[in-house]
Design a protein around this ligand. Structure first.
Ligand code: SF4
Ligand code: SF4
Length: 171
């Protein structure tokens, strides 16, 4: 395959397709210790908000911005796994792991989707690489694992049920 084959349809779950806008040859493997995508606020779809309520204190861990719920960022008392301003996702631990994932085997949908971006256009889901990921995500094109072959690992099925799954909304 080559880059001119972007725009192809891929069935991710039975009857649930996406239109792939990135190079089908793109590979990805998350790089230990990078944690760049965990240094930001995290968009919470409604179902994530409810799921988070079962696992964490929402008053402490979330904030609302422009009508959307997010996991908030907080100042961390450390030099590693923080953005330039010294803050990171509320759930990012000192060891670079996500406490939700490590302790509850669960994380918000947006965290699975990254470094992809999902949008709905004319009723169809389109998937591309998030703009900021090209610049900051260290996991692109460093392995043999083609993203297009494992889209179900990035795209929770709930995305097909949302009126606005746009994953690029930021805090
Ligand atoms: S919730 Fe967990 S996986 Fe998601 S950004 Fe925060 S630390 Fe990272
Ligand atoms: S920015 Fe990319 S490589 Fe870094 S932690 Fe996130 S997904 Fe992994």
């Amino acid at each position: 395959m080559s880059t001119d084959q972007t725009g192809q349809r891929v069935e991710v779950y039975p009857g649930r397709e996406v239109i792939v806008e990135f190079d089908p040859e793109l590979t990805f493997e998350c790089v230990d210790d990078c944690t760049w995508c965990c240094q930001h606020g995290v968009l919470l779809y409604d179902r994530d908000f409810l799921g988070l309520a079962e696992r964490a204190n929402l008053n402490e861990s979330t904030t609302e911005f422009r009508g959307h719920d997010f996991v908030r960022r907080e100042e961390k008392d450390r030099d590693e796994h923080v953005a330039e301003d010294g803050a990171a996702c509320y759930f990012l631990r000192e060891d670079g792991l996500c406490s939700l994932h490590a302790e509850h085997d669960w994380k918000p949908a947006r965290c699975s989707v990254f470094p992809l971006a999902v949008t709905r256009e004319d009723g169809e889901l389109h998937v591309d690489i998030r703009d900021s990921a090209h610049e900051h995500c260290e996991g692109l094109d460093v392995s043999e694992r083609r993203v297009i072959d494992e889209l179900d690992a990035f795209l929770p099925e709930v995305l097909w049920e949302l009126d606005n799954p746009d994953s690029d909304r930021e805090l």
